[in-house]
Each structure stands twice: as C-alpha cells, then as structure tokens.
Design a protein around this ligand. Structure first.
Ligand code: SF4
Length: 80
C-alpha cells in the first residue's frame, strides 16, 4: 500500500501526481508544487510487463496525516 494516502502532502506532491498518472487515476491536483525528498518507489510489473503498479514505500518528506486521501475523496475506494 502506498504510504502517500496517509501523507499531509498528497494533494501537492509531484511524485504522487506521477503515481496517479501511472495508475490512470484522476489527479488530486493538476498543479502539484511540492517536490518530495528521496521518495522510494516499488514498481511491480504484471501481465508480462503490460501493466505497471507504483507504490511509494518510503519518503523523507512524509508527514503523517492518517486518512488524508480519503478526506479529499470522500466515499471513494482507496487507490491500489
Ligand atoms: S509520502 Fe512523499 S511522495 Fe508520498 S505524498 Fe508524501 S511527500 Fe509525496
């Protein structure tokens, strides 16, 4: 699970914006303005390389705010 969903910076973050692009999900913002320090991303390939999934598993800029993504997208399922 991507740690960004519980990060206070998720709706400003350039890296999370890229994660949304890879996952073909709607963006929380079209103008991300925060460049995080040392995000660590696990990349999983599936369907013999036809699909790709990114999970941020570490980040020096992480600021804990449990449920941040859910508050921004009430009623929606958490992204994979
Ligand atoms: S954990 Fe890092 S990469 Fe993820 S939203 Fe927060 S600042 Fe961005």
């Amino acid at each position: 699970m991507c740690i960004c969903i519980n990060c206070a910076r998720v709706d400003r973050c350039l890296t999370y914006n890229q994660v949304e692009t890879v996952h073909e999900q709607p963006h929380l913002t079209s103008n991300p303005d925060f460049d995080p320090v040392h995000p660590v991303i696990n990349v999983n390939l599936y369907d013999y390389g036809k699909g790709m999934e990114w999970d941020v598993v570490g980040c020096d800029s992480f600021v804990s705010e449990p449920g941040r993504w859910s508050r921004l997208r009430p009623g929606e399922l958490l992204p994979n």
